[in-house]
Design a protein around this ligand. Sequence first.
Ligand code: ADE
Length: 251
Amino acid sequence: MRFDVFTLFPETIEPYLQSSILKRASERELVEFCVHNIRDWATDKHHVTDDEPYGGGGGMVMKVEPIFASVEDVVGTPPACPVILLTPQGRLFTQEMAHELAAQPRLAMIAGRYEGLDERVRQHLVTDEISIGDYVLTGGEIPALVLIDAVTRLLPGVLGDPDAPQKDSHAESLLEHPHYTRPAEFRGWGVPDVLRSGDHARVNRWRREQSLRRTWERRPELLKEASLTAEERAYLAHLAQDEEQKMPKKL
Ligand code: ADE
């Protein structure tokens, strides 16, 4: 799979792509990362990429021409792949979207900066707008990395454990169970006995219960999407009952 990222600040993106699992994935040619500086397509003497907004007001707006020129030059006219704009106005990124994007052979991403970018980019170049959360960052570079990271780790061969994406938090609409490793005791804090029992059936059962309990406590809305056995539903009902008994009695 190939990613083309269009940005004014490639230096903020490249170090992350050149580290750890993403670096290994590109060295093994499972993925190709191409980061492009939009400024290289600005044709005026000073390579200007932003300008004052029509209608006045503060801030600067990213200019339309260098963005079109860079994207069309690299991915064709019209672009041969989805062109994603990272923006807080986009649809909220989810694990399900990461799976959909991982099915594409190529993705282009535009990381916006400043107050915004010329609306004609959204209207006539971009095919999808994605937000990584309801907060505003200084630019779309970190969101582009978030998408790249979440998608790349789903590609076949990228993770050592081929089942890892299925075991993820959110893969099954449940949060993950707790993890422990050596030492068995640290500052007097131990490890649940069951994990050291060697009884795999018990360990699996404990992990599943923890996963259900955590999801119920922290993200109960995810349980609506989870596929649960009758026994698991009974366990959740039991947790809810316990909680109710702990509530102070109403007058
Ligand atoms: N650019 C600035 N904030 C953003 C966000 N939350 N998601 C995507 N792009 C952004």
